[in-house]
Design a protein around this ligand. Structure first.
Ligand code: DHB
Ligand code: FE
Length: 309
């Protein structure tokens, strides 16, 4: 069929009726967004001459993605989660906020309610024989003032690139902790060096990426939420330097400011002092959080999370 069979104003009128714009009831914001999305979708179908087969293939894809609970994976993979970050960055900039640690995507694998401890924690349960990683730093305000009592909520994958809870072979909350900063704003943890995540083989996400000629790999990374009363919530990650996918993240999460130096400790005395018998890695990373400001877009995102069993 040729493209552009339907006039734009006919499409807009159809979308308006379908979204209930001519009805007094309903949710006005939802109606506004629905009318716009329906319009844009119908215009795209008409301009690209999307066939019925293609259309229903897309619906079947989305149905299956929903059944497999994959929208949380697809969203970062098609850059939408990063795009939302870019909007939040710019919204903050326009509200006069500056100087905080760069944010990046939350991703779909957070579980609320990890064990909490003061100052330091061990994240791994000792069953994964990965490279030992010590990470430490300070949470500070933009003014430089240390923030005691901030919560560093950290989660990461194991050496197979898998996250506890989603990977039933791992203990509950393995590689997930909340650490409250000490009186000088410091946090410290021992864990194991994560491996990069790859989207599940055979998943709808992977099928889509393959059809787009892309891979589904992320560089090794560690996720953080940093919160403190009176400050904006920071959602971020660090990426592990040297990873093959460091600048080729399928989820668009890498940012240059979020690649700390990874120190490899091989000195026997230092190894002994750390209570270990093999070389280990050390990362030093400070977080800077910004004060709440009038007019800034919300930094706390209402988002459904999987619940721990
Ligand atoms: C995805 C996985 C992650 O570990 C992450 O941090 C971001 C996205 C994903 O599967 O889409
Ligand atoms: Fe992740």
């Amino acid at each position: 069929m040729p493209a552009n069979l339907i006039k734009k104003d006919v499409i807009t009128a159809l979308a308006a009726r379908a979204a209930g714009l001519d009805q007094p009831q309903g949710n006005p914001r939802l109606k506004q967004v629905a009318a716009r999305l329906l319009t844009d979708l119908m215009v795209a179908i008409d301009e690209l001459d999307v066939t019925m087969d293609e259309f229903w293939c897309g619906i079947a894809y989305l149905t299956q993605a929903g059944k497999q609970n994959e929208f949380g994976l697809i969203v970062p993979g098609v850059v939408l989660e990063h795009f939302l970050d870019l909007r939040l960055d710019e919204g903050e900039r326009r509200a006069g906020l500056a100087g905080g640690t760069a944010r990046t995507i939350e991703g779909p694998l957070y579980i609320a309610g990890a064990p909490i401890s003061k100052g330091e924690a061990r994240l791994d349960d000792g069953t994964d024989d990965g490279e030992v990683l010590f990470m430490e730093g300070q949470v500070r305000a933009v003014s430089g003032e240390p923030i005691a009592g901030a919560i560093v909520d950290v989660w990461h994958a194991n050496t197979m690139g898998n996250y506890s809870h989603f990977d039933p072979t791992q203990a509950s909350f393995n590689l997930r902790r909340r650490i409250e900063t000490d009186e000088v704003g410091r946090y410290r943890f021992r864990s194991i060096m994560p491996s990069g995540y790859a989207c599940p083989p055979g998943s709808q996400t992977e099928k889509l990426l393959q059809a787009m000629g892309r891979h589904g790999n992320r560089p090794a990374h560690v996720h953080f939420f940093v919160t403190a009363p009176g400050y904006r919530k920071l959602t971020t990650q660090i990426n592990i330097d040297g990873d093959k996918y460091l600048h080729d993240d399928f989820a668009f999460g890498t940012r240059d400011e979020l690649i700390p130096r990874v120190e490899r400790i091989t000195d026997a005395a230092e190894i002994h002092k750390a209570g270990l018998n093999k070389p280990f890695a050390r990362i030093q990373f400070d977080f800077t959080v910004t004060k709440e400001a009038a007019g800034a877009p919300a930094s706390i995102v209402a988002r459904e999370h999987a619940e721990a069993a």
